[in-house]
Design a protein around this ligand. Structure first.
Ligand SMILES: Nc1ncnc2c1ncn2[C@@H]1O[C@H](COP(=O)(O)OP(=O)(O)OP(=O)(O)O)[C@@H](O)[C@H]1O
Ligand SMILES: [Mg+2]
Length: 348
């Protein structure tokens, strides 16, 4: 990809991604991160200057033109801007790729009926795109993209122009076709909520590089890269509420004597089924510390609970060490936020 100065600009660098068959796979990143470029290399709308694009073991970059055209039929695509043909009706839009592929008139009619039923637009079959809402337009886009029965569906910001409720209904439809037809869906978005709703696996792109990958659950609960933390922070109440701004935190004191006069404030993140309260009460009983719960939230990612507690621990330093060791036995994440003076009151 050339840039104005004549120097080579690489929109993607050293990206290596494996997308499991039948998965709903998310690609997230800020504007300009390279998301669209990545997805366009999958069907070779964008030809990589180096590297391979393997689909079912076949390297797309080596295919001659005719075979590439054939292979592309196995890959549907939907866009933020819908890209419908304004002069064709709903049914006409869905029929279009089938007519191009040379399907018989009756086969096209049957298939279009089936698809319009699937996307719940049977009543709108004779309407034109201009008469449709954004959500309805995207349903036409989806019906058209999967008309010829592709194995892969690429979605570039397919819900970005839609309100939250319509977005949810489109995501439900994508989930339905993923389950029904075993379609692999690659979904680009800059909205974490979309990832959280339906993606099983995710990569985070930044500056053309993959900076994070994992299951949606891992990426939400243990974001590593700064850009991921930023994207996630709006969703998970990972950061402390403003009331804590008044609390004076000290770093870990060098001497035990000083530490003895301080309490530890911990952030404990509970993943999945680890229940919070028995762990805390167990720690108090077994380790002789006192725990004051300062703050707590619980959220869900694809139905899996994710909770966070901020706890102030007080006790002798040996008791507090024992408490930290005790907590490390469980499937939870621990972070020492800092040390506070004993009896420093927190107005929460
Ligand atoms: N053909 C091209 N020539 C030169 N630069 C390009 C070309 N296509 C894309 N870019 C640049 O590559 C980078 C990645 O672009 P891309 O469209 O993939 O980003 P994106 O993550 O999809 O962003 P957005 O969220 O805004 O859609 C950008 O800096 C863009 O300006
Ligand atoms: Mg883009």
């Amino acid at each position: 990809m050339g840039s104005g100065s004549g120097e080579k600009f690489h929109a993607l660098k050293g990206v290596s991604i494996e997308i499991p068959d039948g998965c709903i796979f998310g690609v997230i990143g800020r504007s300009g991160a390279g998301k669209s470029t990545l997805v366009r290399t999958i069907n070779l709308l964008e030809r990589p200057t180096s590297g391979r694009v393997l689909i079912d073991g076949v390297d797309m970059t080596t295919l001659p033109a005719a075979e590439l055209r054939e292979a592309r039929k196995g890959i549907g695509m939907i866009f933020q801007s819908f890209n419908l043909l304004s002069s064709r009706t709903v049914a006409g839009n869905v029929a279009f790729p089938l007519q191009l592929a040379g399907w018989s008139r009756s086969a096209v009619g049957d298939r279009v009926r089936e698809l319009l039923e699937l996307v719940e637009l049977t009543e709108k079959r004779n309407d034109y795109p201009a008469q449709l809402s954004g959500g309805q337009k995207q349903r036409v886009g989806i019906a058209r993209a999967i008309a010829a029965g592709p194995k892969i569906l690429l979605c570039d910001e397919a819900t970005s122009a839609l309100d939250p409720q319509t977005t949810r209904s489109i995501l439900e439809l994508l989930q339905e076709i993923n389950l029904k037809f075993g379609l692999t869906i690659v979904l680009i978005t800059h909205e974490m909520s979309v990832i959280r709703e339906i993606c099983r696996e995710v990569v985070v792109l930044d500056g053309g590089c993959v900076v994070e990958r994992g299951t949606a659950f891992e990426v939400f609960t243990r974001p590593g890269a700064p850009v991921t933390r930023e994207l996630v922070s709006g969703f998970m109440a990972k950061d402390l509420p403003p009331q804590f701004a008044d609390m004076q935190f000290f770093p870990k004191p060098a001497s035990e004597d000083i530490a003895a006069g301080l309490n530890i404030v911990l952030r404990i993140s509970f993943l999945g089924d680890t229940a919070a309260s028995p762990v805390i009460s167990g720690m108090i009983r077994k380790c002789g510390v006192d725990a004051n719960i300062l703050y707590g939230t619980i959220d869900h990612i694809q139905g899996v609970p994710y909770g966070m507690l901020v706890v102030e621990l007080s006790g002798e330093s040996s008791e507090r060490s024992a408490a930290l060791n005790y907590l490390r036995n469980f499937n939870l994440e621990l972070e020492v936020i800092g040390y506070v003076r004993r009896n420093a009151s927190v107005a929460v």
